[in-house]
Design a protein around this ligand. Structure first.
Ligand code: 5GP
Length: 116
């Protein structure tokens, strides 16, 4: 069940600010408030969904394709493709998800350490 009062829903409704780096009809990308790398961007679809699986199961193809095309556009705009980057999505309790609106972490700008 999607919680309309989660923090990213509030950011999408512009009730709280974010440091936006890209936005279009389907997606919003902004800087993480507590960066874990020199570059730490969060990418979210505007479609209300809790996890990647929720997004892939319930959004239509236009939403899904547009979101992932935007991920690549942001990667290209950040000029991180050559040096590399890490994409993470945390899902549910075992995945350590804190904000229950599906988001991709884009980490880059330095060597990203091992996960554990
Ligand atoms: P999760 O653990 O759910 O995958 O990651 C949630 C992320 O959202 C964390 O990296 C956290 O720093 C970030 N975050 C939480 N609240 C805010 C906020 O109000 N603004 C921004 N820009 N990032 C947030």
């Amino acid at each position: 069940m999607y919680d309309k009062n989660n923090i990213f829903a509030k950011i999408l409704r512009k009730e709280i600010p974010c440091d936006k780096i890209y936005e279009d009809e389907f997606s919003l990308f902004f800087k993480d408030i507590n960066p874990q790398a020199k570059i730490h961007i969060l990418g979210i679809p505007k479609f209300p969904c809790t996890t990647l699986s929720d997004f892939l199961n319930n959004a239509d193809n236009e939403n899904i394709l547009s979101f992932f095309k935007s991920v690549q556009l942001v990667i290209s705009n950040l000029d991180i493709e050559k040096n590399g980057y890490r994409l993470i999505t945390n899902s549910g309790d075992d995945g350590g998800q804190e904000v229950p609106h599906f988001h991709l972490h884009i980490l880059a700008g330095e060597k990203i350490g091992r996960l554990r």
